[in-house]
Design a protein around this ligand. Structure first.
Ligand SMILES: O=C(O)c1ccccc1N[C@@H]1O[C@H](COP(=O)(O)O)[C@@H](O)[C@H]1O
Length: 214
């Protein structure tokens, strides 16, 4: 199996961010979406970002953001990557990539195999695809709900772009997720929480230890 790395997303306190750094996350995620229990204001994001060493990538998570929101967040948190988790079109993704000149991730909501094909639309626009579980129509959030999709949909799936897996991944199921899908980057938020928006340092440590053991 290829070496697997991990993004711990939705961090909002120094203690839990430090746990992600200490135990070997390759990426840390900061959510900029007011409806989310993990939403950060820019001042808090700036303070957290200052704790992150340069070898760990800081990813900002957004849902259909305007340029003003991206400018403010990318500036405050010195983001290395922008994760777009809404209904952004390929043209909008390209425009954001051009404006910011940093890595762009596009989340693709997956429920059925036909959903995987959507990723091809972002070839040349995004740098990485994030396959995430599709949340219900009336859900409050388009991600970060701990829902998983049928990972077998990605079994043997060949994709030309770098990609990552998210959606309900936790310390107990990540080995299965990596084995079935072949993902080399696993992204989790709810899987390392004790309640929505409340990260747990022990769960973060367990997740990252399980990733290192793959
Ligand atoms: O975490 C959030 O609150 C969030 C809000 C809006 C869009 C995406 C969000 N989170 C991302 O969703 C995936 C899956 O999370 P989970 O592990 O199933 O809870 C992950 O990439 C989060 O960054």
């Amino acid at each position: 199996m290829n070496r697997v790395s991990a993004k711990i997303c939705g961090l909002s306190t120094p203690q839990t961010l430090d746990a992600a750094i200490k135990h070997g996350a390759s990426h840390v995620g900061f959510v900029f979406f007011p409806k989310s229990p993990r939403h950060l204001d820019f001042a808090r994001a700036q303070r957290l970002a200052a704790r992150v060493p340069g070898h760990i990538r800081k990813v900002g998570v957004f849902v259909d953001p305007d340029d003003a929101m991206l400018d403010a967040a990318a500036g405050a948190a010195a983001l290395d990557a922008i994760q777009l988790h809404g209904h952004e079109s390929p043209a909008r993704v390209s425009a954001i990539a051009k404006r910011f000149g940093i890595e762009i991730w596009k989340a693709i909501p997956v429920r059925a195999s036909a959903d995987l094909a959507t990723a091809a639309m972002f070839d040349g626009a995004a740098d990485r695809i994030l396959f995430d579980a599709k949340t219900p129509e009336n859900a409050a959030l388009p991600g970060g709900m701990g829902l998983r999709f049928d990972w077998k949909l990605l079994e043997g799936f060949r994709h030309g772009m770098p990609w990552a897996l998210s959606g309900g991944v936790d310390a107990g199921n990540l080995a299965e997720a990596a084995r079935i899908t072949g993902a080399t980057l696993l992204d989790t938020s709810s899987g390392v929480e004790s309640a929505p928006g409340i990260k747990d340092v022990d769960k973060i440590a367990a997740f990252l230890k399980a990733v290192a053991a793959l």
